[in-house]
Ligand binder design. Structure first.
Ligand SMILES: *Cc1c(COP(=O)(O)O)cnc(C)c1O
Ligand code: SF4
Length: 338
């Protein structure tokens, strides 16, 4: 069994391969455009947005993009464009009311029985539509010394039966860090489920290594892993293998996607995503209407169009492959059907 004590094993192991791949991510938009043979797009790079939320994309994810295609659905998700600089009324800094829902140190408590831990602010990829792109991670993460305070908060509220590790991306933490936290959770019998919200198995499947799998298998709680893919092209052989390995630990796998104009606002594309996910042992969970966060207006799909797409999808797929179309409303008791 893996414990916090045994995980940073002796002798000190070499840094895992995924961390090297992580560090090697593309961060220069001009390099990305050169890799894809799209130098002309440089004219559309923004001035301000990249400073505050810079480009970041693992090379393995770039390899799934179509060279020479400025409209590639994976490229659109990660490439900052000057559209982000536009100020659009209704698109704000804290669109989902996270600021008001702080439960404790690094904890967001919005829904009955579930507490979300902002485990870290880091992600392997920076998604341009991200609803947390303006979140004050530095003050709010539960990592490092805040773990203890977060655990105390969880211990005090026995109505919490599910803890969600989120972020940022919790799997961007070293497995030893995750084990430290899960050791603390063992002492809280009211927490019966541990849920991990992560995009890493999709964008950097190498993260799903033997150490992570051993840790997941060792947990006493029921485990749920919610990954995040928006387009079928994100799921290649390596990703499918990583998802299968996660499932073999006994975790239940779901996917959430965000409905994004120019990426997946097409019933055929969404159907293909569901099919590929299921082939990899993962069920579609939510299809989110975009949260109205500053700098993301160009990704929005009008609610009417979203409903039409969802109805088309329902007509094509078995019910269990149909994600729930939802939106988040600040102050609501759950995600709401659109
Ligand atoms: C979305 C979310 C959850 C999980 O909601 P489910 O409907 O159970 O998937 C929990 N806490 C917060 C703060 C959330 O934003
Ligand atoms: S991985 Fe998730 S949290 Fe990180 S930038 Fe993308 S959408 Fe946001």
């Amino acid at each position: 069994m893996i414990t916090a004590q045994s995980l940073p094993t002796q002798p000190v192991p070499a840094a895992p391969r995924w961390q090297a791949l992580w560090r090697d991510a593309v961060r220069d938009p001009h390099e990305l455009l050169a890799l894809l043979g799209l130098p002309a797009l440089a004219a559309r790079l923004p001035a301000a947005a990249t400073q505050q939320f810079p480009l970041r994309v693992p090379r393995g994810f770039v390899a799934r993009m179509r060279p020479g295609d400025p409209d590639d659905p994976l490229l659109r998700q990660v490439l900052p464009l000057d559209d982000e600089d536009r100020i659009v009324p209704g698109f704000d800094l804290d669109a989902v009311g996270d600021g008001a829902a702080r439960g404790g140190p690094g904890i967001i408590h919005k829904y009955a029985g579930r507490a979300l831990l902002v485990a870290t602010g880091s992600c392997a990829v920076h998604c341009r539509y991200c609803f947390r792109r303006h979140f004050p991670y530095a003050e709010e993460t539960a990592a490092a010394d805040r773990w203890r305070a977060a655990l105390e908060w969880l211990a005090a509220d026995t109505s919490i039966d599910e803890v969600l590790l989120s972020g940022g991306d919790p799997l961007s933490l070293a497995t030893g860090k995750l084990a430290e936290f899960s050791e603390g959770l063992r002492a809280l019998p009211h927490v019966r489920r541990l849920r991990i919200h992560t995009r890493l198995p999709i964008v950097l499947p190498e993260r799903v290594d033997a150490e992570l799998l051993a840790w997941l298998s060792s947990l006493p709680q029921q485990r749920v892993v919610v990954v995040h893919a928006n387009h079928g092209n994100e799921i290649d052989a390596a990703t499918a293998k990583a998802l299968a390995a996660l499932r073999d630990t006994g975790a239940t796998l779901f996917n959430q996607a965000v409905l994004l104009r120019g990426v997946n606002d097409d019933a055929g594309v969404l159907a293909e995503l569901s099919e590929r996910l299921f082939a990899a042992g993962t069920l579609p969970y939510y299809l989110h209407q975009l949260d109205r966060v500053a700098g993301t207006a160009h990704f929005e799909v009008a609610p009417e169009r979203a409903r039409t797409l969802h109805a088309e999808l329902a007509a094509r797929l078995p019910g269990y492959l149909l994600p729930r179309l939802v939106r988040e409303v600040a102050g609501a008791a759950s995600k709401l059907p659109l």
